[in-house]
Design a protein around this ligand. Structure first.
Ligand code: ZN
Length: 358
């Protein structure tokens, strides 16, 4: 009996009130994590080794950033190579180019390219903001994501049972004047690149035009497994983003390169942001958009990765006051319960990207 009483007290002692348990800062390396949005299209293995060391697995993504098939093919070769060397560490996502969109056989050539990538292990396809923001039609207007000429590509992705990663539009900051932007990184990027600063180009499609075209594409293909990269470009409001996730039950989002906007909302609405992460943890995947551009040594790269990943770990698991050069005000960490941290940093991605469980 005395033994049972003792056991009872041990149980009471170890199970906190409400059943919540929390990670400590020091648990960082021991907890398995996934970063679902990185760009490693080089031969060096430094990124993969740092990720393995810090208990991260990675989704490595090809992107039509340069706008050429040549660059797409080159990136796929490296993404494939990284996966070959570390099969358990990576899941690869391919992309296609719209360089020759107006040529007659673009559609059939694109489908053949995607099939060749699927045969080599690509799990899905990324579409990029150049559709909607750069690609022009013969009459000079922008080709938007819901354009009929893209229908067969999307249909093919669904039939092949592949994933769709969509970076459509830009952060809302892109359509705001510099002094109204919520993050320092956007402010410096758009001051250096006025050609991409849509506030200065009111003749081009608006933020809402970009979101509407993306949504009409999802309405057309409601069964598609879609990951809205960069918080589906609704990074400016957790309430709006929650409403969007409610409207598209098959959609998920990643947090890539938008932690500044998360921190910025935390300054004035920490409880709202915290509730958002708890409520939608099954739909949110941690990501950074980090890559290897061979501009630093392997040691410097590993250090930079650790600094970024640790910053976000600290934000999610502790309630410490924090500062970041992404924004100008201090903010407090969310201290999310363990099970929510596990979902955002691992479980949601493991289910969506079919990582091996062993
Ligand atoms: Zn990216």
């Amino acid at each position: 009996m005395r033994c049972l009483t003792f056991l009872f007290f041990i149980l009471i002692w170890t199970v906190p009130i409400g059943g919540q348990t929390y990670y400590e800062l020091e648990d960082y390396r021991s907890v398995p994590k996934i970063d679902v949005h990185v760009h490693i299209s080089v031969q060096r293995l430094a990124f993969a080794l740092a990720a393995a060391d810090q208990n991260f697995r990675l989704v490595n993504i090809v992107v039509d950033g340069a706008g050429t098939w040549k660059r797409i093919r080159e990136q796929w070769k490296y993404v494939h190579f990284q996966k070959d060397v570390h099969p358990r560490l990576f899941q690869p996502i391919t992309a296609f180019s719209v360089e020759d969109f107006h040529e007659e056989d673009w559609e059939s050539r694109t489908i053949a390219w995607l099939d060749s990538c699927f045969a080599e292990g690509a799990l899905g396809v990324k579409v990029w903001k150049n559709i909607g923001m750069v690609l022009k039609d013969q009459d000079g207007s922008n080709v938007m994501l819901d354009d009929d000429r893209l229908d067969r590509i999307f249909q093919h992705i669904i039939e092949a049972d592949k994933l769709e990663v969509g970076h459509l539009g830009e952060p809302l900051n892109c359509w705001l004047p510099l002094d109204s932007m919520s993050t320092n990184n956007d402010r410096s990027y758009f001051s250096e690149h006025p050609e991409y600063h849509m506030f200065l180009h009111p003749e081009l499609p608006s933020y809402q035009d970009q979101m509407d075209a993306r949504n009409r594409r999802l309405d057309k293909h409601s069964e598609i497994k879609f990951m809205g990269a960069h918080m589906a470009s609704i990074e400016w409001s957790v309430a709006e983003l929650g409403a969007w996730l409610d409207r598209y039950p098959n959609a998920t989002i990643d947090l890539a390169a938008r932690m500044g906007q998360v921190f910025s909302q935390t300054v004035g609405n920490r409880e709202g942001v915290r509730d958002f992460f708890i409520r939608y943890a099954d739909r949110i995947m941690y990501a950074t958009d980090l890559g290897d551009r061979m501009t630093n040594t392997s040691e410097e790269l590993a250090e930079y990765l650790e600094k970024t990943w640790m910053r976000d770990w600290r934000y999610f698991v502790t309630d410490q006051m924090m500062e970041s050069d992404l924004i100008n005000s201090p903010f407090q960490g969310l201290k999310l319960p363990k099970n929510i941290v596990d979902k955002i940093l691992h479980d949601t991605a493991e289910a969506f990207f079919s990582f091996d469980t062993e």
